[in-house]
Design a protein around this ligand. Sequence first.
Ligand SMILES: *[C@@H]1O[C@H](CO)[C@@H](O)[C@H](O)[C@H]1NC(C)=O
Ligand SMILES: *[C@@H]1O[C@H](CO)[C@@H](O)[C@H](O)[C@H]1NC(C)=O
Ligand SMILES: *[C@@H]1O[C@H](CO)[C@@H](O)[C@H](O)[C@H]1NC(C)=O
Ligand SMILES: *[C@@H]1O[C@H](CO)[C@@H](O)[C@H](O)[C@H]1NC(C)=O
Ligand SMILES: *[C@@H]1O[C@H](CO)[C@@H](O)[C@H](O)[C@H]1NC(C)=O
Ligand SMILES: *[C@@H]1O[C@H](CO)[C@@H](O)[C@H](O)[C@H]1NC(C)=O
Length: 775
Amino acid sequence: MAFGLSLMTPIFVVLFVVASAEADVYVVHMDKAKMKTLDASLGATKRWYDAVIEFIAESSPSIHEEEEQQQQRSSPDLLYVYETAISGFAAVLSTNQLESLKRMDGFLSAAKDELLSLHTTHTPQFLGLKIGHGLWSAPNLASDVIIGVVDTGIWPEHISFRDSGLPSVPSRWKGTCEAGTKFYTSNCNKKLIGARVFFKGYEAIAGRINETVDYRSPRDSEGHGTHTASTAAGNIVKNANFLGLAKGAASGMRFTSRIAAYKTCYALGCASSDILAAIDQAVIDGVDILSLSLGGFSRPYYSDNMAIASFGATANGVFVSSSAGNSGPTSSTVGNTAPWMMTVAASYIDRSFPSRVKLGNGKVFNGASLYYGKPIKQLPLVYSDTAGGLGAQYCITGSLSPKLVKGKIVVCDRGINSRVGKGEQVKLAGGAGMILLNTPTEGEELFADPHILPALMLGAQAATYIKSYLNTTTKATASLEFLGTSYNNPAPVMAAFSSRGPSLVGPDILKPDVTAPGVNILAAWPPNVSPTRLKSDKRSVLFNIVSGTSMSCPHVSGIAALLKSDHKDWSPAAIKSALMTTAYTVDSTGNPIGDAVSGNNSKFATHFAYGSGHIDPESAANPGLIYDITTEDYLTYLCSINYNSSQIAIFASISNNNFTCPDDSAPQPGDLNYPSFAVIFRNDSQSPTVTYKRTVTNVGIPKSVFFAHVSEPDGVSVTVEPDVLEFQEIGQKLSYKVSFTKQEDRNAPNDHSFGSLLWISFHHSVTSPIAVTWK
Ligand SMILES: *[C@@H]1O[C@H](CO)[C@@H](O)[C@H](O)[C@H]1NC(C)=O
Ligand SMILES: *[C@@H]1O[C@H](CO)[C@@H](O)[C@H](O)[C@H]1NC(C)=O
Ligand SMILES: *[C@@H]1O[C@H](CO)[C@@H](O)[C@H](O)[C@H]1NC(C)=O
Ligand SMILES: *[C@@H]1O[C@H](CO)[C@@H](O)[C@H](O)[C@H]1NC(C)=O
Ligand SMILES: *[C@@H]1O[C@H](CO)[C@@H](O)[C@H](O)[C@H]1NC(C)=O
Ligand SMILES: *[C@@H]1O[C@H](CO)[C@@H](O)[C@H](O)[C@H]1NC(C)=O
């Protein structure tokens, strides 16, 4: 997800594991049942983790015997104990101690701690939410839903987190408001009902937090956490805007939800051990929804701490919304892909911030910028050699020559340093303006950035033209014009940066799951963090416009909170199903959702970009049927992808049951009761037909009849059995089988085709996409 970080937070790009020769922090998973037995045998004297730590201290002789005699045998430093969503602990362990630990009964796995990365008012209207109607009507806003946001902390004084009009804190809430640097228990209120900070893992990896630039407290020094929390559940704030742009009311998706902030992310990233501690605590505290706008590299679920902790949260009834990552448009980049996680892609809304370049030869190009001010008249255009020395093409630090640049417009290519950082260099060198150019990889995707000088961004096609213009013209000039805010653009369009499927870890599950607004999103911002985060930027704003799957994820968190209050008995899987089966795949002009890579919607996006489609909150409140999934079903899925007993125990032991894989009939991964279909035809597979089973639950109208309607993927015939489902009552479950048969001539490897299965009744249409892959 590295790219995504450069998208908005360059400092978070780093994903690394700092290894010291002596000892490292390890995240250790232990069998919960066996730890309970150990607890029982210890009586009241101590807990299982004390015994485990004692055992490793005693049974691991130091290699250096001499040192050993001089020094006391040291106990491993225990950072965290996990007991609810996860079972295990985080501790500083030497290699020897780790070896001893592995011999303990109940040990499941251990991995070095590592840093993961963060992936960023008009949106409620775009999503069809209206005050006084449907999901935003009084009864649905009255009940108490608590959203836990695991992020960079929060700016508690922000107007978006005021609590006027909210009833008292729900009595079931067990969380707390932790005091720390510039953060007091009085900073929490009836809106921000909890705030905690976790940094033991981070400090063990990256050293002590520098308190001149960050806080050892839940206070946000970065902006990301304040932005995501207000997107999910911030108050309605009238006349919110960014320096005069995007004027209107800013509001969280469920503006009456309570927020609990769990700070785990700092300058270099977020330590796994801290994230696990935050999720474990959030589940104990009583959150209903977890919003996770962060992640790491895709890896098997048993070694993916985000997946493990999310499983435990889901097993405890918590809905987990997570960002898909910002590594698109390359395929198979999607992260946070465990089937129990909601994996959210990012797309554009209908709002843009247009700007215009006119070259000396009269040619005009449309760009994007959050700079808002007077136009720049025709000025000389400089680039690369004509602007400075080595690196001037990218406008990197110190590369531009003031003599060459002063009073001119500088052309800069994307790459290496941040987009706003390039503008800072141009300004420092005395430039009058900047034109930022995409490379062919970024295509026609345009970010509106809060540049500190008159600057705008153009797509790859304009870039090619301008470079040849610069080459062939001795006196190249350009003028810049900034056009404010524009609405009613065709939308949604998939963001090029949004990570794409198919999932490498679980190709049998279609990922991402849905898309939601994630480009140029206006939300709350700490007033002492500049909108560009550049030191030279002295602007202070209450709202900032940022992009990323980090921004789309909290939209889904807030919508899930609305669904949860409308349907208190729905499981996390049911909420997910409702959002997926009602998602749409056409834009506001009636065409398939486009892909920003190509510009002008000339290339349509696929289900590997948007999953089931764009979320439609009001439809999701009344989906007709749901595909429910139990904790046991997820464990059976893990059996079907051939995880061994110790790998499965990492998940199974959390839910406290004696789970064993069914041995009579081998389950297949595609049988997980998922609301979408991923079908894989392997070259070598014997049978040309794949058959999956599904069960739907009636949550609509008691007596209703649903008819199957299939849109067949290219090269595949699909049959549904039965193709009519007749329900008599609410809560009734009916099952069906769907068979996919490949046509003989269709065998091209690495190829995909797409279709859908709809269950249609008089009142409902329940849609599941079908994504076929030939391997
Ligand atoms: C902390 O950050 C400040 C400001 O960037 C810097 O001047 C200082 O050297 C840093 N302190 C340490 C211990 O790194
Ligand atoms: C510009 O000219 C240089 C040198 O003649 C050449 O290498 C480069 O490919 C040209 N670039 C474009 C965009 O035409
Ligand atoms: C977009 O469409 C306009 C008019 O239809 C055309 O002039 C322009 O070249 C197109 N741009 C791209 C990037 O396809
Ligand atoms: C499961 O697989 C892991 C990794 O290959 C291995 O370390 C472990 O011993 C296996 N467990 C069992 C019970 O086979
Ligand atoms: C799990 O199995 C063990 C041994 O068979 C038994 O003692 C224990 O009660 C079982 N636990 C649950 C939750 O069923
Ligand atoms: C897949 O099929 C193609 C065409 O029939 C064949 O050339 C290729 O060797 C096959 N690959 C595998 C891995 O079986």
